[in-house]
Design a protein around this ligand. Structure first.
Ligand SMILES: NC(=O)C1=CN([C@@H]2O[C@H](COP(=O)(O)OP(=O)(O)OC[C@H]3O[C@@H](n4cnc5c(N)ncnc54)[C@H](OP(=O)(O)O)[C@@H]3O)[C@@H](O)[C@H]2O)C=CC1
Ligand SMILES: CC[C@](O)(C(C)=O)C(=O)O
Ligand SMILES: [Mg+2]
Ligand SMILES: [Mg+2]
Length: 348
């Protein structure tokens, strides 16, 4: 089994002596900056003028243009959207890195797919939380942490691994567990996981179930509760105790249905599609498509996003959630950076 590291395994001193520039203050950026500061580390935030800048200032950070934040820092964590990192790196980060600095990422995409080629005289590492940024923050505030992977791409100082581990400790991940990886493994597994299972797989499964019930004439409200709302309750059981815990809590009737019907939905053909998706991630085909989509100003992304937001499940869900005040409301459009449009991130 892989070695999982915790607080007791980590030397914090290596990062305590340094200044960290967190570049970006979105989902991951705000969580890293706030958690690191509360863990006792020295943080400056690098941003362009705008909403994030105002938010970071309101949270009490010194906020500087990216180039100036990089000049001041020993460790630069790049928490910009993947598709904007290369341009900001070339213009504002690379020219201001000093020999012996460290540059870090929360996802290996740009380094692994050679969109960013760091200079040979800096440390390069990643600390990739295995969870959304708003939960990296909320879990830390609750006294817990989101597990992270760490990986070293380049170690010129001899300290890159210890720096990565101290950084992971700073954002709270060592409370939950920190595991070693490579940029390749983190990039490929993260892209596969979000496409096939956590995001693409899950949303497609929920919509397919909802559409099957409503097309058969059942009430949309019943279909929403059955296929979307209850998903969280089942996933909570899975998070707490694995598949076994789900099966312990559900009825025997549900468990029998799980055994005999689940594999008919997610079957060998589904696994073949998963293998195709993994192959496209590994070959760089997915990355190339995403880079080109951005260069063309996202025609497909925007069209699909607009269509998805009009799906009946979203309309029904909005009405039902208004009657459930204990269900947290998603962020409003103007609270998020505008490139992402309305994305129902978990509230912080
Ligand atoms: N979202 C997540 O939970 C996870 C993300 N990651 C990785 O973390 C990284 C950050 O992703 P995420 O947190 O989702 O990003 P977000 O889209 O949430 O945040 C983007 C931030 O970058 C700023 N920004 C955008 N463009 C520029 C620019 N040109 N110059 C300066 N600042 C800019 C935005 O500020 P402004 O308000 O000015 O637009 C905003 O503060 C990515 O590598 C991603 O793959 C890894 C694990 C999970
Ligand atoms: C699952 C999506 C994710 O990979 C994440 C929150 O870890 C992302 O890129 O946002
Ligand atoms: Mg991820
Ligand atoms: Mg990801």
């Amino acid at each position: 089994m892989s070695k999982v590291l915790y607080e007791k395994d980590i030397q914090k001193e290596v990062l305590q002596a340094k200044k960290v520039a967190v570049v970006g203050y979105g989902s991951q950026g705000h969580a890293h900056a706030l958690n690191l500061r509360e863990s006792g580390y020295d943080v400056v935030v690098g941003l362009r003028p705008g909403k994030s800048q105002q938010k970071a200032e309101a949270d009490g950070f010194q906020v500087l243009p990216v180039a100036d934040a990089v000049k001041q820092a020993d460790v630069v964590m790049v928490l910009l959207p993947d598709e904007h990192q290369t341009a900001v790196y070339e213009e504002s980060i690379k020219p201001n890195l000093d020999a012996g600095n460290a540059i870090a990422f929360a996802h290996g995409f740009n380094v692994h797919f050679s969109q960013i080629v760091p200079p040979s005289d800096v440390d390069v590492f990643l600390v990739a939380p295995k969870g959304p940024g708003h939960l990296v923050r909320r879990t830390y505030e609750d006294g817990g942490g989101v597990p992270s992977l760490y990986g070293v791409y380049q170690d010129v100082t001899g300290d890159a691994k210890e720096l990565a581990l101290a950084y992971a400790q700073g954002i709270g991940s060592a409370r939950a567990g920190v595991l070693e990886t490579s940029f390749q493994e983190e990039t490929e597994t993260d892209l596969f996981g979000e496409q096939a299972v956590l995001c693409g797989g899950l949303t497609s499964l929920v919509k397919a179930g909802f559409e099957t019930l409503t097309n058969a004439g059942y009430q949309p409200e019943v279909a929403y509760f059955e296929c979307l709302h209850e998903m969280k309750l089942i996933v909570d059981l899975m998070y707490e105790g694995g598949l076994e815990n789900v099966r312990y809590s559900i009825s025997d009737t549900a468990q029998w249905g799980d055994f005999v019907s689940g594999p008919r939905v997610v079957n060998d053909e589904t696994k073949e599609r998963m293998k195709e998706i993994l192959a496209e991630v590994q070959s760089g085909e997915f990355a190339k498509g995403w880079i080109l989509e951005n260069q063309a100003n996202r025609p497909q992304y925007n069209a699909i996003n607009a269509k998805e937001s009009k799906h009946q499940i979203e309309q029904v869900g909005k009405e039902l959630r208004e009657l459930m005040p204990f269900v947290k409301q998603p962020l409003q459009k103007d609270e998020k950076n505008e490139q992402k449009d309305v994305k129902a991130h978990v509230t912080n």
